[in-house]
Design a protein around this ligand. Structure first.
Ligand code: NAG
Ligand code: NAG
Ligand code: NAG
Ligand code: NAG
Ligand code: NAG
Ligand code: NAG
Length: 503
């Protein structure tokens, strides 16, 4: 399927192979119309207060440049806190690759459980995202090149978190308040790694949908696409076949006389300047992100969607209510992801808007976060072999850097020996995974010890456990949250018992 790249311009095809070929190295999406994405948040402003902390630029070096500082944003909610005297807990969300407000608004679990635990809530923004931009807050400077972006790494982010937490505890005179860290997706990886690296600061971690094993030589690059395929196939065999056959249909149509016009009309595209590859990438994004957020209730994480959106897409593809034209069906199915509110006039395939500020994940995907992805012929996607050299040459081109594909597993573990090493060296981590989430392929799916517990939901999607509860939540989801609460309560109880017996 190299054909779709030959006809796009060079720059686009390079980007395309990294970002828009199935599947995508980014966790969330920026390819949704901004209007749709912003609609959810405004009502939830009262959840937290916004603060800034003067953070050090480089925790791992003592040269003068390292002592530069930047303003790091964090959000707090102290409404339910039991106070320092009661040694009431502090729950910290270790922010991901985007605006922290967005993640906070999608982490209702912490708000809903705070009264029970009398917990202080803190959500810390990851450096280089949202409003936590080094170099004077200027994205233009901070994102300029590798000499500034070099300070964007997971180890620096974790050091930011520990520095901020310690300072906050000091300010609250809460040195004996236990800290529990939470995170979903990349934030979940950070939560787990935080517990491993700073066990003296966090008593435990809830790492939701954290693919800490999705690195080269550990997890197959093809698992991700195959899980998405399985999600669609589980709804209907026809749905899977239609999607699998659609790539050839789109290419054949494109190269027919009048084909591009037909595609533009069928898919309601705003512009004429597209190749078959961009249509395919657009569809691949819709299937991928819908599989990730295949939640049992209506949601608005990446875009507004109904409950069980994969099922809804397959229903559209399987039905002949709107006629039997496959392109029309694909348009209708993709519209569940891109146009559920019905407010989009036409689809802009060149829309690179980035409402959640996820842009610099690209840098991370070019340095240490080499999470291999590709599609083999078992998947419903066009075959596309994972090739480290492709990634590496893209990164040379885009940033003039060579990735360090094995750094993460060197720094944090996560290779084949993960069970043996964590069993001996670590404790108090919950790894949640929903098996409908394509990222679950790189997650920890088996409990490692009594206190490193894997919770797996066959029906679950990307960090569904962390979302606000709804009246319509299925029993399995309620049970999972209860299970998580019980485990966290046991960590806190143990902590208080240890504190007493030492005194
Ligand atoms: C904390 O969150 C609750 C909702 O769980 C909200 O009602 C309250 O106003 C928030 N408090 C602060 C200080 O933002
Ligand atoms: C990187 O960007 C900074 C800030 O714009 C600039 O001062 C510096 O010269 C650039 N370095 C290189 C190697 O291009
Ligand atoms: C702690 O208090 C100092 C002095 O008021 C302040 O500068 C700093 O930002 C506070 N730290 C945090 C994490 O809020
Ligand atoms: C669509 O195809 C099915 C089976 O091939 C057929 O029964 C049905 O009448 C067709 N519907 C339309 C609207 O053409
Ligand atoms: C979005 O949905 C509305 C309502 O169904 C429809 O009128 C509009 O054409 C759709 N937009 C696109 C681009 O398909
Ligand atoms: C997929 O590829 C393998 C190995 O190249 C081949 O043996 C198999 O027949 C192919 N399967 C399909 C469904 O094309």
């Amino acid at each position: 399927m190299a054909i779709d790249f030959q006809f796009s311009i060079v720059l686009f095809s390079l980007l395309f192979t990294l970002v828009h070929t199935t599947p995508l190295p980014r966790f969330p999406s920026s390819r949704v119309h901004p209007e749709l994405q912003l609609s959810s948040a405004s009502s939830e402003k009262t959840l937290y207060k916004t603060k800034f902390f003067t953070q050090i630029l480089d925790h791992f070096n003592f040269n003068p440049q390292s002592y530069q500082t930047f303003q790091q944003r964090y959000l707090i909610n102290n409404t339910y806190w039991g106070g320092a005297q009661k040694k009431a807990p502090i729950f910290v969300y270790t922010g991901n690759e985007g605006n922290i407000e967005w993640f906070t608004q999608n982490t209702g679990f912490m708000f809903e459980k705070a009264p029970h635990f009398k917990a202080f809530l803190v959500f810390i923004e990851h450096r280089f995202y949202g409003k936590s931009i080094p170099f004077g807050g200027s994205k233009k400077v901070a994102y300029a090149n590798s000499s500034t972006l070099g300070y964007l790494s997971s180890t620096q982010a974790l050091a930011d978190y520990v520095t901020l937490i310690n300072d906050l505890k000091k300010n609250l005179s809460a040195s004996d308040s236990p800290v529990v860290v939470f995170g979903g997706s990349y934030g979940g990886m950070l939560a787990a790694w935080f517990r491993l690296k700073y066990p003296h600061v966090a008593i435990g971690a809830l790492a939701s949908s954290a693919p800490i094993r999705h690195f080269m030589g550990v997890t197959s690059p093809y698992v991700f696409a195959n899980i998405i395929t399985q999600d669609f196939r589980s709804e209907s065999e026809n749905c899977y076949k239609v999607i699998k056959g659609s790539w050839k249909l789109i290419e054949d149509t494109f190269f027919k006389h009048g084909g591009p016009e037909q595609l533009q009309k069928s898919f309601r595209l705003c512009n004429k300047d597209f190749g078959p590859g961009s249509v395919e990438g657009w569809l691949q994004s819709a299937w991928t992100y819908t599989a990730m957020t295949d939640y049992p209730t209506p949601s608005n994480f990446l875009s507004p969607m109904p409950a069980y959106p994969v099922r809804k897409m397959c229903e559209v593809i399987d039905s002949s209510v709107k006629g039997n034209n496959t392109l029309d069906k694909l348009h209708a199915a993709a519209s569940i992801y891109y146009n559920y509110t019905g407010s989009v006039k036409c689809f802009d395939l060149n829309d690179n808007s980035d409402p959640h500020g996820l842009q610099e994940w690209q840098w991370q995907a070019c340095t240490e976060m080499i999470m291999p992805l590709g599609a083999n012929n078992e998947s419903m996607f066009p075959e596309s072999k994972w090739d480290y050299e492709d990634r590496s040459s893209y990164c040379q081109y885009a940033y003039n850097v060579t990735p360090r594909p094995h750094w993460i597993t060197t720094e944090f573990g996560g290779g084949h020996d993960i069970e043996r090493t964590l069993r001996r060296s670590a404790s108090n981590i919950i790894f949640f995974n929903g098996l409908r989430d394509p990222w679950s392929g790189g997650g920890v799916l088996k409990s490692i010890s009594k206190s490193i517990v894997a919770i797996v939901a066959k029906e679950g999607a990307h960090h569904v456990d962390l979302r606000f509860s709804t009246k319509k939540d299925p029993k399995w989801l309620k049970d999972i949250r209860k299970h998580e609460v019980n485990i966290i309560a046991s960590w806190i109880k143990q902590y208080h018992e240890d504190l007493k017996s030492n005194n």
